[in-house]
Write a protein that binds this ligand. Structure first.
Ligand code: NOJ
Length: 768
């Protein structure tokens, strides 16, 4: 009974000890001769460096320039054109030959114990130095058991559940030969046009940092060398979510100071939690692409945070530098990235072919190359790959663990908790189980191809529980009339008529709408992130019947679709709920579970409001909310979102008392304790998310009007009243006043509590 026990382990209480890999002691500048004694020559990107083991140093001494550059090469583990995922063993003679010749340090996009073992075996038995391979895959929200997408997981506000899910992802991926994931995604998402909002934890840096810690500890386990642990890689460092206009791969204009407040905290939290890898962003901030951002990679990451782990580029990022216009050739781009602090080249084939020649020609200091090689070898050593290279290629373990029923149960639970009930007019939900028929209309009612979302790793479509299957599981006798239509742009009057007829004839009506997985995620920015195709026409046609109906939105972001929210009496934001998602939704619809999810992003009323987040800063002309000239806002639109950050209904109602600061008199308090009394005023038991926001009234930098700084989940029986205490760390009140100065929270601080950012009551805290 290993698995149930493991799933219950509260991983957050097992912090990884900071070690040399991630938090190395500061070292003095040492000359070249020190290299032989186990230290690295300090050059531009090298600052504090760890001591490397004799094994690692000895390997470095034996390596040719080509083998050194080969260690820095991360390439596809499969031949081009072959399905990269592991359903069948893939023979890859080209890759095997490159591994044999010492030209590859790691591969990506392969998995499966047998498949990966084959390649590892070539590295261990046929390459000259027998250096094991890193094997990486985007395990972003599950491996074979696919959990809700990260934005959906964030909506659960359940850190324990998120870390248990991530542990399962690590257990499954590692059993299938993967030792490295390109996750967690720690970008801030403040623009629903940006398709990668789906991969993020939303708009709160504080909450994203909390999730970062949970995910890192879960992926990497107590020991990275454990065969169930995988190396985590925080991405995309940094400012990727701030692309102009939400356009993918586009530059962002952020001040360094503002990044200190908003973009950097999640990455710093990941480094503090012991993460071993970090991936710079493709895009440029202030004209500097992530992989050549010396200030970020070297000054902040290596020097200030003392990160000693591995920095790997994003896919083909070195080859993109000439397109950015900041390097003329692949060779120049490779040297620039290495000098800025990059260790490994994912898929550009820049480091392998060009760095040896650059050293020979005197254009590159070999010590810089050595430094990157040492980091790669050190990570491999910490993963235990030298001691037991085949520990993660165990076919029996793979068979036993991948897709284990306990994992599926956890995926369903997390999917249930990710659902956000946005509207529930006349308490239409939960449905009564006495209903005998249901119309299931729209593109996603019977769908198994999109519920997993854009990163499906080794997930299998036919194993996905569709909403239709989920309804059958919870209500086996109900008759389901499914009409699959609406995603095409071209109207289909016949299908529309069938949908209307099904709705008329059925006791219950559910519209399963949203985005295809491919229309969300990387490379799927949308100028108009509403319901694609004819879906709104479906809503309008069904609404005309005057019959209550429910809309379930499956998408990687909230839909900016005002008419949907106006016309539909009930809206459930289901994100992409993962492989067990259909059953999770069905259980909620029929009241077997209650809605507990809350929005980790504000939902704007119109595209023109973007960006509009709960933590927008104070202005000199405060907005009254409604349209008004001469105030900070619009003359044709309000300045409030349609659904605020933190919003989410339950099947019951709650009334909140005002916050009471319990230790106001303690001038030395490091933790403030704020009590909130909440009453369940409805007729059902339910859970509410008690949220704490703060605002410093006077500072040298205009402060956000509200910032999430704490929350608790409170389960109350009908009629029950209870107190809950939210802890606020004093250090969480600090802010950056300049690029380099962090100010402690001071003076009058508003402490605001409530069920969402748009409905709070306040008390004050005075810090002298
Ligand atoms: C590009 C994406 O930006 C990155 O997040 C991902 O890890 C790599 N491709 C590898 O798949």
């Amino acid at each position: 009974m290993l698995w149930p026990a493991l799933l219950r382990t509260p991983l957050l209480s097992n912090p990884i000890q900071p070690d040399m890999m991630t938090r190395s002691p500061p070292s003095p500048f040492l000359p070249l001769c020190a290299l032989l004694a186990g230290w690295v020559l300090l050059t531009s990107a090298a600052l504090a460096q760890p001591v490397y083991s004799e094994r690692v140093m000895s390997l470095l001494r034996q390596m040719t320039l080509e083998e050194k550059a080969g260690q820095l090469n991360l390439q596809a583990g499969h031949d081009p054109g072959i399905n990269p995922l592991p359903r069948t063993p893939i023979s890859s003679p080209l890759v095997e030959q490159a591994v044999r010749e010492g030209k590859v340090g790691g591969v990506l996009n392969i998995a499966g114990a047998d498949n990966t073992r084959q390649l590892q075996q070539v590295a261990i038995t046929q390459s000259r130095l027998k250096i094991p391979l890193l094997i990486g895959l985007d395990v972003v929200h599950g491996f074979r058991t696919i959990f809700p997408v990260p934005i959906g997981q964030a909506a659960s506000f359940n850190l324990d559940l998120i870390s248990r899910a991530e542990r399962v992802a690590a257990v499954e991926a590692s059993a299938a030969g993967v030792n490295w994931t390109f996750a967690p995604v720690l970008d801030m998402a403040r623009d629903p046009r940006w398709g990668r909002m789906v991969e993020t934890a939303g708009e709160s840096p504080w909450y994203t940092a909390a999730i970062a810690r949970a995910r890192v500890l879960a992926f990497q386990g107590e020991r990275l060398s454990d065969s169930s642990s995988i190396l985590a890689c925080a991405k995309h460092f940094v400012g990727n979510g701030a692309t102009e206009g939400g356009r993918e791969y586009t530059g962002a204009n952020l001040s360094f100071r503002s990044m200190r407040d908003n973009e950097l905290p999640p990455f710093e939290a990941a480094v503090e939690a012991g993460i071993g890898c970090l991936m710079p962003a493709f895009n440029a901030v202030d004209g500097v692409p992530g992989i050549v951002n010396h200030r970020m990679l070297s000054d902040v990451l290596r020097k200030e945070w003392r990160f000693g782990g591995l920095v790997v580029t994003d896919h083909g990022a070195i080859a993109e530098l000439p397109f950015h216009g900041v390097a003329a050739t692949l060779a120049d781009a490779s040297r620039a990235a290495l000098a800025a602090g990059v260790d490994m080249d994912m898929a550009s084939m820049g480091f392998g072919p060009t760095l040896p020649e650059a050293v020979r020609a005197g254009r590159l200091d070999e010590a810089l190359l050595d430094q990157a090689v040492l980091r790669v070898l050190a990570i491999k050593e910490r993963l235990g790959l030298f001691d037991d290279p085949f520990a993660r290629h165990d076919n029996a373990r793979e068979q036993r663990l991948v897709g284990h029923p306990d994992h599926l149960a956890l995926a369903r639970q997390l999917a249930e908790e990710s659902l956000v009930l946005l509207k529930n007019d006349k308490a239409l939900l939960p449905f009564k189980t006495s209903a005998r028929s249901i119309a299931l209309i729209g593109p996603f009612g019977a769908d198994q191809n999109h519920l997993m979302g854009p990163w499906e790793a080794a997930g299998i479509h036919r194993e996905v529980v569709s909403l239709r299957d989920g309804i059958t599981r919870v209500h086996p006798r109900i008759a389901i009339r499914t009409v699959t239509t609406g995603y095409d742009n071209t109207p289909d009057p016949k299908a529309l008529a069938r949908a209307v007829a099904a709705a008329k004839a059925s006791d219950l009506v559910v519209l399963a709408l949203g985005e295809k997985a491919i229309d969300s995620g990387e490379a799927s920015s949308r100028a108009n992130p509403g319901l694609p195709g004819q879906q709104l026409a479906l809503v309008k046609a069904v609404a005309q019947l005057g019959k209550p109906f429910v809309v379930v939105v499956m998408a990687g972001r909230p839909m900016i679709e005002p008419a949907l929210y106006a016309l539909a009496p009930v809206v459930v934001q289901a994100w992409f709920p993962g492989s067990q998602g259909g059953e999770a939704i069905a259980r909620m619809l029929f009241g077997l579970s209650e809605p507990v999810g809350h929005l980790p992003v504000s939902i704007v009323r119109s595209i023109g409001q973007i960006p509009l987040t709960h933590d927008k800063r104070s202005t000199g002309r405060p907005s009254p909310g409604p349209p008004e000239a001469w105030a900070s806002g619009y003359i044709d639109e309000t300045t409030t979102p349609l659904f605020p950050f933190g919003y989410g209904l339950a099947y019951t109602q709650f009334s909140y008392g005002a916050p009471v600061l319990l230790n106001a008199d303690d001038p030395d308090a490091r933790i403030y304790r704020i009590n909130v009394t909440v009453k369940n005023t409805g007729a059902r038991a339910g859970t509410t998310l008690v949220q704490l926001y703060t605002h410093q009234r006077l500072a040298t930098i205009a402060q956000p009007e509200k910032q999430l700084r704490g929350f608790t989940r409170l389960y109350l029986q009908a009629g029950e009243q209870a107190d809950t205490i939210i802890s606020l760390k004093r250090e969480d009140l600090s802010y950056w006043s300049t690029d380099t100065t962090r100010q402690p929270g001071q003076g009058w601080i508003d402490l605001m509590t409530g069920p969402h950012a748009g409905d709070t009551q306040a008390t004050t805290l005075l810090i002298r």
